[in-house]
Design a protein around this ligand. Structure first.
Ligand code: FE2
Length: 371
């Protein structure tokens, strides 16, 4: 078996240290003197936005764009693309959670594309290479979007949550600065951290995993298991560990894909409007039971090597972080469409056990029946 994925795609440069984000404009000068910085509201509230923009290199102009919040929609990407077409920056930077990074990634990628964003979200549409270089600085420890070529977008009009991707969407420069996590509220720490943990776990057990990705996934699992609850409880010493671990999980999933938890999570998320990480956590027990025949050895290995009991840990977190099940008592009216979407997902295709339409229906029942 090859140690590496057939193609290894990583950012050109990653700077991991406290205060790294304060060097953003200096580093961005390598891409040009006109920039656009996309950010989330908490960055402004915390004062970090002003700090980042306080001393740009002489002659640099940086416009800013505040993400309105929530998961990025195709309409939000269209609006940002319009700004890019009008003002023609040399580079785009995203400082925020996964939603901010995905919004900026999609808009920088499609800045010069002829069609609207929804067109490219449709299966089979050819995605053009990225128009502008992207700098990414995550302000949550979760999606790992800073090291992937994927932007996950929703289209409320079509009730669709689907990613667009292109190898050129990989950020050129990544700034991993634990100081950015200071303004992250506990509910966001919980949802993002659960997403990172499930991503580490699904990439670990994926049928496309390689020794390279499994090593990263395993390291991420152990570190997140150690650091998530302390960070949730306000221990900022855990921020660097969580940030590095979620980035490692991002590198792993980018090359090994995920599994049926993420296959279910997108169609569930768009129907129940729940935080993605929480959706993943609520899907984990049923999917883990379904996959158990194919992954028992992995579960045994994690327990033997690290004392890590995956299902018990996630259940303990959901209790300790007072998270409510967003599906309890809910129903999915369009079950056939739901099953089709789950089976069409690249995540489901990477699941360690093959998934049939009947399996998806049974998993959906189990997730909705969870108290
Ligand atoms: Fe995820």
């Amino acid at each position: 078996m090859n140690l590496l994925p057939s193609t290894l795609l990583l950012p050109q440069q990653t700077v991991a240290k406290a205060g790294a984000v304060l060097g953003l404009t200096q580093a961005a000068a390598a891409f040009g003197m006109r920039g656009l910085l996309v950010y989330g509201r908490s960055l402004q509230r915390s004062g970090m936005l002003d700090a980042i923009l306080s001393e740009p290199p002489f002659g640099m102009s940086v416009r800013t764009w505040c993400h309105a919040g929530g998961e990025p929609t195709v309409g939000a990407v269209d609006a940002l693309r319009e700004e890019l077409r009008e003002n023609r920056p040399d580079w785009v930077a995203a400082v925020g959670g996964g939603s901010v990074i995905d919004l900026a990634k999609a808009a920088a990628g499609l800045a010069n594309a002829p069609e609207n964003t929804a067109f490219y979200q449709t299966n089979g549409a050819a995605i053009p290479p990225a128009a502008l270089p992207l700098i990414a600085a995550p302000a949550t420890a979760g999606t790992g979007s800073e090291v992937t070529v994927v932007a996950v977008l929703t289209d409320p009009a079509r009730n669709l949550k689907q990613s667009i991707r292109h190898p050129s969407y990989m950020p050129k420069l990544v700034l991993l600065d634990p100081c950015l996590l200071k303004s992250c509220p506990p509910a966001t720490v919980a949802a993002a951290g659960l997403d990172a943990f499930v991503q580490a776990f699904e990439s670990y057990t994926s049928r496309l995993a390689t020794p390279f990705t499994r090593a990263l996934s395993e390291l991420a699992l152990v570190r997140i298991a150690h650091a998530l609850l302390p960070l949730y409880r306000g221990n900022s010493d855990a921020a660097a560990e969580m940030l590095e671990a979620s980035t490692l999980a991002g590198v792993a999933l980018s090359h090994a894909r995920l599994g049926v938890i993420h296959g279910l999570a997108h169609p569930l998320g768009v129907r129940f409007h729940a935080a993605h990480g929480l959706v993943c956590a609520c899907c984990l027990p049923a999917c883990l039971a379904f996959n158990r025949p194919a992954i028992q050895r992995d579960l045994d290995d994690l327990k033997a090597r690290h004392g890590l009991k995956v299902e018990a840990l996630v259940n303990a977190w959901v209790g300790a972080m007072t998270l409510e099940n967003p599906f309890a008592g809910g129903t999915v009216a369009d079950r056939d469409a739901f099953i089709r979407e789950t089976l069409a997902s690249g995540s489901t295709a990477a699941n360690p056990r093959p998934v049939t339409p009947e399996d998806v229906s049974a998993l959906l029942d189990a997730v909705l029946a969870r108290p």
